[in-house]
Design a binder for this molecule. Structure first.
Ligand code: G3H
Ligand code: 13P
Ligand code: ZN
Length: 325
């Protein structure tokens, strides 16, 4: 069946790689994630946001994820390591509902709350979750942009001096931190970036690795999570724009920075936007090139293939979680 994150994270930290946490909202995304994980022999975290639960229905998503374990076996994987994780749980009730319905891991995102309230809420979720061997991700620090329906103008980096107290008081199993990543396809303003003379492309400012180092010094070997880690592949953005889309100045996290993070105690890297871009690019291309096509399988199939390619690239070339089963 589904597994929690405990052993997976321990192995990832010791092995210097990170587990991919891919969001899914529909069958094609889920299939692409599992196909990629099976072919690369990678553990994987399937994550479901509040929005995904609203869009697709929590029960259907849960059965899909449980079915994913059997699907992985059918595809030839003898011992799939698949986590079903709630992404950005916003309340005890949401977390409880996921735990009660078979999720193996949840995030309680109290990062926007005053510190003591974040501690109290996270602790409450941990106490409930651990009764069922469900692992819990907490968060300290605020990502710029939209996170869990809360909009922040600026990053508030995680304060390394708070992390020991937070982890000790809450008992959480992993900690999401803020070091300059953010959600969505527009992570930096062009004016924050410089132009790479070799490629002519915009290069964003580096992540705050000093903050990550500070956290790791305080919590040696503790599992750290990076949200907002899409790289916004330029070729997908170009394809979207070529076929009628309008994504201007979409900028993500350079993959080199994610490679560096994956070698550290960062053992879970969250990617959603890149999959959305891969899906949209493929669908737009079919619509533009074959306007007579109206069978959804003829455009969702290529979308699935393109997402699978993206997931495999992330696993093999960025996170390094291949051949770990
Ligand atoms: O944290 C954000 C994830 O990309 C999920 O996004 O809330 O639109 O499903 P969503
Ligand atoms: P991206 O928007 O960068 O893909 O981040 C996804 C995420 O953090 C989900 O929790
Ligand atoms: Zn997130």
């Amino acid at each position: 069946g589904l597994v929690n994150t405990r052993e997976m994270f321990k192995k990832a930290i010791n092995g210097g790689y990170a587990i991919p946490a891919f969001n899914f909202n529909n069958m094609e995304q889920m299939q692409a994630i599992i196909q990629a994980a099976v072919e690369t022999k990678s553990p994987v975290i399937l994550q479901v946001s509040k929005g995904a639960r609203q869009y697709a229905n929590a029960t259907l998503l849960r059965y899909m994820a449980q079915g994913a374990v059997e699907y992985a076996k059918e595809l030839g994987c003898a011992n799939p390591q698949i986590v079903l994780h709630l992404d950005h749980g916003d309340s005890f009730e949401t977390c409880k509902s996921c735990i009660d319905s078979g999720f193996s891991s949840v995030m309680i995102d109290g990062s926007h709350l005053p510190y003591d309230e974040n501690v109290a809420l996270t602790k409450k979720v941990v106490e409930y979750a651990h009764q069922f061997d469900v692992t819990v991700e907490g968060e300290l620090g605020v990502l710029a942009g939209v996170e869990d329906d809360v909009v922040a103008e600026h990053h508030t980096y995680t304060r390394p001096e708070e992390v020991v107290d937070f982890v000790t008081k809450t008992g959480c199993d992993s900690l999401a931190i803020s070091i300059g990543t953010s959600h969505g396809a527009y992570k930096f303003k062009p004016e924050q970036c410089h132009v790479d003379p070799a490629t002519g492309r915009l290069v964003p400012p580096p992540l705050a690795f000093d903050v990550l180092d500070g956290v790791m010094k305080e919590l040696p070997g503790f599992p750290i999570v990076l949200h907002g880690s899409s790289s916004v592949p330029q070729e997908e953005v170009d394809t979207i724009n070529k076929y009628g889309g309008k994504l201007e100045a979409a900028i993500g996290i350079p993959e080199d920075e994610l490679r560096k993070a994956a070698k550290s105690a960062v053992c879970k890297i969250n990617i959603d936007s890149d999959s959305r871009l891969a899906m949209t690019a493929a669908v737009r291309k079919v619509f533009a090139e074959k306007p007579a096509e109206f069978d959804p399988r003829k455009y969702l199939g290529p979308a699935r293939d393109n997402m699978k390619k993206l997931y495999e690239h992330k696993i093999v070339n960025v996170l390094g979680s291949d051949n770990k089963l």
